[in-house]
Design a protein around this ligand. Sequence first.
Ligand SMILES: Cc1cc2nc3c(=O)[nH]c(=O)nc-3n(C[C@H](O)[C@H](O)[C@H](O)COP(=O)(O)OP(=O)(O)OC[C@H]3O[C@@H](n4cnc5c(N)ncnc54)[C@H](O)[C@@H]3O)c2cc1C
Length: 319
Amino acid sequence: MTEVLVLVDSADGTVKKATLELLTAARALGEPSAVVIGAPGTAAALKGQLAEYGAAKVYVAESDDFAGFSVAPKAEALAQVAGQASPAAILVSSTPENKEVAARTALKIGSGLLTDAIGVDASGSATQSIFGGAITVQSKVAKGAPVITVRPNSFAPEAASGAAEEVAVSVALSDAAKGAKVVDNVVEEKGSRPALSDASVVVSGGRGIGNADNFTIIEKLADSLGAAVGASRAVVDAGWVPHTMQVGQTGVTVSPQLYIAVGISGAIQHRAGMQTSKTIVAINKDPEAPIFELADFGVVGDLFQVAPQLTEEIGKRKG
Ligand SMILES: Cc1cc2nc3c(=O)[nH]c(=O)nc-3n(C[C@H](O)[C@H](O)[C@H](O)COP(=O)(O)OP(=O)(O)OC[C@H]3O[C@@H](n4cnc5c(N)ncnc54)[C@H](O)[C@@H]3O)c2cc1C
């Protein structure tokens, strides 16, 4: 069976969920092979998890240069593995850094690039949601094995055992790839909540919450579900939460299994960032609010009553 390369994202010795989703998606196109690119010792901790999610091979390209440099060395390594494996496709999760790696890789191997896919099929075509989510298209590259970046949460990860046979790759990096060096890393302070862009549950608050202090209602509901917290632009513009939490056309695009919109009207620019969520729940006091056109489940009511009751009920059910 033809190989499908999956670029592995990891943190603290654990494979990221987005990669497990890609290993699952890759099975529609061929046999998944993982590609680990990183500092020496990176792959050892990841191999078990990659085997559990069906990686037949694990290509290991390890060098100190990957940590010290920007995206170019990764693209060189991925292109080299692609040259070796002749894959049916290369899947990469849609983060800003990975999209650049994917674009450079496609150029190096003479293939086409498809970004922000929300689905892939056996023919190698990708499903994309475009123009703020107003249109869904099927795209296919005109030449070569497609390099496809896939939005996190587009697939549910499913375990499947794989041999995870290790294939060492020695990469001779060009001087050009070492042109831009990372000189410092500032780690953003993060709470215990999952990251917005790849959380499987997101609870977002809108202008309906009234003021910054009331945002704790949203946070409590999110924490009861182990969810990430998002917001509409109105809330961000009011200065109640930082822009990093904004969901929508000019914010983060999310595609979780469950999206709960609380006190959000559902403007087109907000919908653009969340309408591919699998299940959408809206809480809004206005029965005519546009968010209800999109919602799978809706509660017409005052969020100050509904959201705390929901939080309490979830707490009870969790015991
Ligand atoms: C170029 C451009 C880009 C934009 N990008 C984004 C973007 O990325 N993300 C984004 O979100 N917006 C974006 N916007 C703004 C967008 O058009 C809307 O203005 C914004 O989404 C509205 O936010 P909201 O739904 O929180 O507020 P509103 O539209 O004011 O809605 C508040 C909702 O709360 C409900 N409500 C009020 N009180 C209660 C209560 N007690 N209980 C229950 N419900 C209540 C109301 O019925 C109402 O539906 C953009 C706009 C432009 C022009």
